[in-house]
Ligand binder design. Structure first.
Ligand SMILES: [Zn+2]
Length: 425
């Protein structure tokens, strides 16, 4: 921006960096905002009817004031009167000139809109609205204008690994939606779709939208233990001879399952000890151990481990469940082949079955039913990191976007979080 007539030592001037305009004036209002009035230097418009260029000037529209990128912490607005041209070919049809750096009906320049989108990455509309002093609807408008509402397959050269995950949209109710993502060869995770439910038909319909050129590149689908997903993938593969997919049960979903069982054992033991121990002993031995039990043993300090051992003296059933849990987790950490892993998992299950512990009974059935697909994890283990990372991402999105009920909006926000820095920063 060039502030004309001022050449004092504390003045700076720099280019406005907006094409096809000249600056007529710059002033600052009482709030300290810079108001830059510009005039178009582009001498034509593209006729909205015939698409031809017309250079026949017709007049000016009313003033536009567009929010632009801040300068030295001050808000900046660009003011201009769009020019109107008349088309000699279209019986006097007039067209408003459209310049490249803003979109009709947007209250912002394109550059500022991108700035808003970058602010929105991993954040919330409310937060960005407050920080930027921009209306809630204006931030939403930027999302609506700039982010498409479904996957653009052109952006993909391969799919290789697809992950299916779910989140509950409304708290407390089992109202799940499914989120479909892919991990690219360079490790980048991209969102492919947000489905309104996790029924087989819905999931199958999504797979059918994958363009034929990408189908043969798909090799692995990572999912939770849910028949709707697995059967949809199976049917899809059965219908397309060029498709060969290995279904892998995400190890972190498996872990969630057996870890919850240990938690149940802990709760039972805790209730029992509340009756058996004196209040003082209970406080000293049992209280505050929930997080100790939930942590992996390797992450505990020496003091924590001592406290845990003390608890185990009074709750041998919990010690047993905990030990089984740590053994099972260790199996997933060791670099085993699928065959070795199967043997280890079966041995582990046998040991648990022969023990006095009943807390894992339901999990043993699950393990038995899904064993093949759980073992598939060991074939191509790099997929786990992607699902784990994504799970964390989804968790935070769920927290931040709680209240978003439109799945289209959820797709856009997920897209922004995952692609925003690459596309808009
Ligand atoms: Zn025309």
């Amino acid at each position: 921006m060039n502030i004309q007539g001022h050449k004092s030592p504390d003045m700076v001037s720099f280019p406005l960096d907006i094409p096809d305009v000249k600056v007529n004036s710059v002033r600052q209002n009482e709030q300290g905002d810079y108001i830059i009035t510009v005039e178009s230097t582009q001498g034509y418009a593209v006729c909205q009817q015939c698409g031809r260029r017309t250079t026949q000037f017709h007049g000016y529209n009313g003033w536009l004031q567009l929010r632009h990128l801040p300068v030295l912490g001050h808000r900046v607005y660009i003011r201009l009167r769009p020019k109107r041209y008349i088309c000699p070919h279209c019986a006097g049809k007039t067209t408003t000139q459209q310049l490249a750096w803003y979109v009709a009906k947007s209250p912002h320049t394109k550059a500022y809109e991108q700035h808003l989108l970058v602010q929105l990455i991993n954040s919330t509309v409310q937060d960005v609205s407050r920080k930027e002093t921009v209306g809630y609807e204006a931030v939403n408008g930027a999302v609506e204008r700039s982010i498409h509402t479904q996957v653009n397959w052109e952006e993909f050269a391969e799919l290789s690994v697809i992950g299916i995950d779910e989140i509950a949209l409304t708290k407390g109710r089992r109202n799940f939606i499914a989120i479909i993502t892919t991990q690219q060869a360079d490790g980048h995770v991209a969102v492919l779709s947000v489905l309104p439910d996790r029924n087989k038909t819905t999931v199958r319909q999504f797979f059918e939208t994958i363009p034929p050129r990408l189908r043969p590149t798909l090799s692995t689908v990572c999912t939770d233990m849910w028949d709707g997903y697995v059967n949809a993938v199976q049917e899809f593969a059965d219908c397309h001879p060029d498709v060969s997919i290995q279904v892998v049960i995400d190890r972190f979903h498996v872990a969630k399952n057996y870890r919850e069982d240990v938690d149940k054992v802990r709760k039972q033991a805790s209730r029992r000890l509340k009756k058996e121990l004196s209040p003082t002993d209970y406080t000293e031995i049992v209280q505050g151990t929930m997080w100790l039990v939930r942590q992996n043993h390797q992450d505990l300090s020496a003091v924590d481990r001592k406290k845990l051992r003390r608890l185990f003296e009074y709750a041998p059933e919990l010690k047993l469940a905990y030990t089984f849990r740590e053994e099972l987790t260790a199996i997933f950490e060791i670099p085993l082949t699928a065959v070795e892993a199967r043997t280890r998992l079966l041995k582990w299950a046998e040991k648990v079955r022969r023990s006095a512990l009943t807390g894992f009974d339901a999990f043993l059935t699950t393990l038995h039913n899904w064993l093949d697909k759980i073992v598939n994890y060991f074939v191509n283990r790099h997929s786990s990191g992607f699902v784990e990372g994504l799970n964390n991402k989804i968790k935070t999105i769920k927290r931040r976007c709680y209240g978003i009920t439109r799945i289209v909006t959820l797709f856009q926000r997920l897209y922004l979080d995952l692609e925003g820095y690459r596309r808009f920063a």
